[in-house]
Write a protein that binds this ligand. Sequence first.
Ligand code: MRU
Length: 360
Amino acid sequence: MALNETDTMNFTQSIWLDKNTQEVTVIDQRKLPFEETTQTLATVDDVCFAIKDMVVRGAPLIGVTAAYGLYIAAKTNFDLSLAYGALLATRPTAINLKWALDSQMNVVSSIKKEDIEQALLNNANNIRDEDINMCSQIGNHGFHLIKQIHEQTRRSVNILTHCNAGWLATVQWGTATAPIYKAHQAGIPIHIWVDETRPRNQGANLTAWELSHAGIPFHVITDNAGGHIMQHGKVDLVLVGSDRTTAAGDVCNKIGTYLKALAAYENNIPFYAALPVSTIDWSIKDGVNDIPIEERSNEEIIFMHSYSGERISKSMIMPANTPVKNYAFDVTPSRYVTGIITERGICKANEESLKKMYGR
Ligand code: MRU
């Protein structure tokens, strides 16, 4: 189903309840930008598959989808603790997954059996709405950074982003893209450098798709180009999302983020991570040692997806049994992070500032 062929499709929302059937519906992100299709999630297996195979991806959206997964479990009489375990095991790095599942289990612990299904639906809807609100607030706070740079330079602000931390990775707005969308809406001239983000190319496939629909000027660059453009004064600000941020401000994000942070540090370019509270893991401080880094299938490195103009296919770019390692995330230590943009405001990447921001 093409995105523009249904009135139930939301062009800037990644997950919704179908207007007629009330079923949980998502965009199949594996096929973007070439095919704009949706998937209905009707069983716990559907939800686990969607998260694991990256039909949906991006830390906040993984959490929201999993929250609906527990509602679907109740609706289909699937044991809730088994569903919790299966959903939690789908992807190890993004802490939003556990945050959302725990929120749902808290709801269940305090109500009568016959009310569970409705309560899980209500809470999943709340988690979804809260995510929209938090990302919008992140946008409002991050907007001021972009505005400030524009006022200083009086020219278009060049922002580098990695992976897709856009509305496709959340429910609406995105995290790193929220300030970008707000600046664009306010008429501030901006230009985005989009890292292609191997091996799954979320930058080239998803961020580029989002930005072109929004009419925001951008160029996709290879993952290795960031250092070069930073050395030549072509980047004013690096803005990324996060899959898990420690209480001490270490930022875990898509593989390659760390190298961008090092290059930004060396070139005196501000490096900000934009994230909602659901991404903060208050239980750990040392990101490099304590955050589990997902390792994904070799196939993602050995094969590339391409589009012939008619269909999507995959082709090998190295011999089939080439030994490869596919680390999906890396950790940027807090000392390289200029600041963290949250729904509550912008703070320093350290324990004191983060705790003060959240009144902990
Ligand atoms: O493997 P993915 O595509 O789920 O990774 C997504 C990212 O790394 C995003 O940058 C992160 O989730 C922040 S999203 C708002």
